[in-house]
Ligand binder design. Structure first.
Ligand code: UT7
Length: 338
């Protein structure tokens, strides 16, 4: 039995803020932002909700499939910026998408690692509870939690949503067809965490008993940078070792899109060439749980179609994330010709 990605989708708002915009509201400039982060623009959704962004991402993924939506038995919604606590956004998504097969629904908060955590949990639930199809969503409207007067954080974040539709090969239905001529088999997952004792990355709940000091995203950038470059390599090593494969088997890496320098450092430390690392943070900035599905969907839509299927058949993709919690982890995909 394998659990496979059979479709992906993403959405980011139409409003785009460039670095010049920030130079007008805080003491910063385009040169600093590009040099230190690699970010040029970010998409902002101030007119639609997190769930609406997620709905558009999911509709685009489901449009690439010919499937009866009642076959979806699991919905996981990863976010730190969902619109409601109950019903959980995952339930609202089931309603919005017309998933009327009584799916298991829950939201998952692992900050920027939320999508990676959700993929691992989905794979495990699909195998143990014999679920045929699932949809895993990462969606964030971080703009509502950004302190627009703090130059060290406001330049970093953007809004967006992405998703993956998963299929359990043992329970696959012949009536379901995907527009992709390959499937992405989830070969392995790895999750870990380390309590953020010193509160390097925080976003307080708005119903805290104590008076809130800072109801916005707070981050000690340098410390998170060190953490990210340390655990990122551990995730790669762990996935390679556990699966007895080498870095030469890796066709692409889809890392959390936080900072171009973090990705360059990871490439250097892991000795995997820069050109295998998929990067789109220049356009979107850091979209937390949405970052990996947004990147994965662009890889599927824009990069994989240019490759000869025979050449990438059997090759691997590693996705890795790190963020608040402190959480980290990754998943290993095998490209399989259908
Ligand atoms: O998604 C969750 C995980 N998050 C991350 O992975 C983010 C990890 N951290 C980072 O990406 C980087 O640490 C940042 C991009 C956030 C900051 O870059 P940095 O090179 O670590 O800068 P820094 O915080 O060490 O600050 C260097 C200087 C400081 O000035 P002084 O103290 O040296 O005079 C800052 O005040 O840069 C200053 N600075 C800025 N200057 C111009 C901070 N933000 C800005 C800014 N424009 N926007």
């Amino acid at each position: 039995m394998t659990i496979n990605i059979i479709s992906t989708g993403s959405y980011a708002g139409e409003k785009i803020l460039d670095n010049e915009y920030f130079a007008k509201i805080v003491d910063t400039n385009d040169e600093w932002i590009q040099e230190r982060t690699g970010i040029r623009t970010r998409h902002i959704c101030d007119d639609i909700t997190t769930e609406e962004m997620a709905t558009r991402a999911c509709e685009s993924a489901l449009d690439k499939l010919d499937m009866d939506r009642s076959k979806i038995g699991l919905v996981i919604f990863a976010s730190v910026s969902s619109d409601t606590k109950t019903p959980a956004s995952s339930f609202n998504m089931a309603g919005r998408l017309g998933l009327n097969g009584n799916p298991i629904c829950f939201d998952l908060n692992a900050a920027c690692s939320g999508f990676v955590y959700s993929m691992a949990v989905a794979r495990s639930i699909m195998a143990s509870m014999k679920i045929a199809y699932a949809i895993v969503i990462g969606a964030e409207r971080l703009s509502k939690f950004v302190d627009w007067s703090d130059r060290s954080t406001c330049i970093l974040f953007g809004d967006g949503a992405g998703c993956a539709v998963l299929e359990n090969s043992d329970l696959a239905d012949d009536s379901v067809s995907s527009s992709l001529d390959y499937r992405l088999e989830i070969e392995d997952t790895y999750l870990a965490g380390k309590y953020d004792k010193k509160k390097y990355l925080t976003l307080d709940s708005r119903d805290s008993l104590k008076e809130m000091r800072h109801p916005f995203i707070g981050m000690n950038g340098r410390q998170i940078y060190k953490f990210a470059t340390d655990v990122g390599v551990k995730v790669i090593d762990r996935l390679l070792e556990s699966n007895c494969i080498s870095k030469d088997d890796i066709e692409f890496l889809v890392p959390h899109q936080a900072n171009k320098r973090i990705i360059e450092t990871l490439a250097l430390k892991s000795q995997i060439p820069d050109d295998r690392w998929f990067v789109n943070l220049d356009e979107y900035g850091n979209t937390s749980a949405a970052s990996i599905p947004l990147a994965l969907n662009e890889l599927v839509e824009k990069v994989l179609p240019d490759r000869k299927l025979e050449q990438i058949d059997g090759r691997r993709i590693i996705s890795l994330a790190f963020g608040g919690g402190l959480s980290y982890g990754g998943f290993l995909l095998k490209i399989r010709k259908k």
